[in-house]
Design a protein around this ligand. Structure first.
Ligand code: T4K
Length: 385
């Protein structure tokens, strides 16, 4: 039985053994070099570049900083529009707004829950400068269609790839699509550096700009030529990343087993809709090497209970599923003055946000626990008459 204070939470951080981590950080006591692009930072950047199959990579203190600094590095005019999805974590849209840009919401695909590529073009105006899709839950956006649209309209394509660490699309690292892709290495992700993130790019100039901005805009000790900030990853985080990278394959193998069990138990149940099954052939014309990041379940009207009832029933049993991503970003309190209407602007995203639950998923989640979680879910069926 998997226990975390007797509760099973939506996820649990992957960690190396304490001995392995101590061994990794031992040399920091000799060098006294703790941050500011030290040895571990640089080693991790090189290892990740290879692992992710990307031409360029810059490490950052977290995924949000990666996104915010990346957007800043394009120097878009204030008030320019960025087409994005409301079905995401707040970070995506906050990073647009904090760069003095205007988010324009596009609805999502009903099967992958990613930005609906077929609806992007209708939202492009003469103020649009970029498209910012999210590979939500590790599901993959229609990267070829989006590339074609971005190129035809001269727009930048910036992916929030926070959930897709290590994935491949048609054999290519997912971070190599678009002008830039950011990953999150937060404690709750498939791969973590405690807190951390990176941006991947092919244009070296973009990488240099992000580096410059993450280090206060410093050129040298006597020259600070940009208004940057502090986005540097420290050596302890990088050391955690070096350790976790060694075990990633086995972690992903274990996650795959958990998801297969969920699919076996819940697949085909009336009223339960599961996400795309990347093991079962190509999805939207793409072969995807999935990382098993999240397991979202959508309860349709045919199920005998609503999402909130299932959530409550699981909570009664000490199981902490989460309503990622409810509420939508175009419904958040902090944006209530913007005059957005989720129901009208993005009806599919609205509907999914009212019905979705992400179930517990982590490498060491016991299969018996998966069975128990599924039994509890199925026991809520027929609550509604
Ligand atoms: N873009 C997207 C699409 C994102 O989803 C995110 C982050 C970002 C950008 C920004 O990346 P970062 O700046 O975070 O690197 C969590 C994460 O904090 C956040 O990283 C993540 N997305 C978001 C979807 O989920 P919360 O507020 O739900 O986390 P919390 O603290 O409730 O933790 C969830 C569960 O994880 C807990 O119930 C137990 C487990 N846990 C948590 C922590 C903090 C652990 O096992 N260990 C831990 O250290 O936001």
């Amino acid at each position: 039985m998997t226990e975390n204070n007797n509760r099973i939470l939506v996820t649990r951080s992957s960690m190396p053994t304490l001995d392995e981590y101590v061994e990794e950080i031992r040399e920091l006591w000799d060098s006294h070099w703790l941050t500011n692009m030290g040895k571990k930072h640089n080693q991790l950047a090189e290892e990740l570049k290879k692992y992710l199959g990307v031409p360029g990579l810059e490490l950052l203190v977290n995924g949000h900083a990666a996104l915010e600094f990346t957007i800043q590095s394009f120097d878009f005019a204030p008030g320019s529009e960025v087409i994005t999805t409301p079905f995401t974590f707040a970070s995506t849209v906050h990073s647009i707004v904090r760069n003095n840009l205007t988010p324009v919401f596009c609805d999502i695909d009903p099967d992958t829950y990613c930005l609906n590529a077929d609806q992007v073009e209708a939202l492009i105006t003469d103020k649009t400068v970029a498209i910012l899709p999210v590979h939500v839950y590790g599901h993959v956006c229609e990267v070829y269609k989006l590339k074609e649209i971005a190129e035809r309209h001269g727009l930048k394509l910036i992916y929030d790839a926070a959930h897709t660490f290590g994935e491949k699309v048609d054999g290519k690292g997912i971070g190599s699509f678009g002008d830039a892709s950011i990953f999150s290495f937060h404690a709750t992700k498939v791969y973590n550096t405690i807190e951390g993130g990176c941006v991947c790019f092919s244009d070296e100039e973009l990488g240099k700009k992000v580096y410059f901005l993450k280090d206060f805009g410093i050129v040298d000790e006597e020259n600070i030529t940009g208004v940057g900030a502090n986005g540097k990853m420290n050596e302890f985080a990088a050391a955690m990343g070096l350790c976790n990278l060694r075990h990633l394959k086995e972690e992903i193998d274990k996650r795959r087993k958990v998801i297969r069990r969920y699919r076996k138990n819940l697949g085909g149940v009336k009223g339960i809709k599961l996400g795309p099954d990347y093991e079962n052939g190509s999805v939207k014309g793409m072969d995807v090497e999935f990382n098993y990041a999240y397991f979202p379940v959508v309860f349709t009207d045919e199920f005998g209970a609503g999402r909130d009832q299932v959530f409550a029933k699981l909570a009664e049993n000490n199981i902490g599923a989460r309503k990622y991503f409810y509420p939508l970003i175009n419904e958040l309190k902090c944006y209530e003055d913007m005059g957005w209407s989720a129901k009208e602007q993005t009806p599919v995203a609205y509907d999914i946000s009212m019905r979705v639950l992400t179930l517990p998923l982590f490498a060491d989640l016991a299969l018996d626990d998966v069975d128990r979680i599924c039994e509890i879910i199925l026991s809520t069926d027929n609550h509604l008459e």
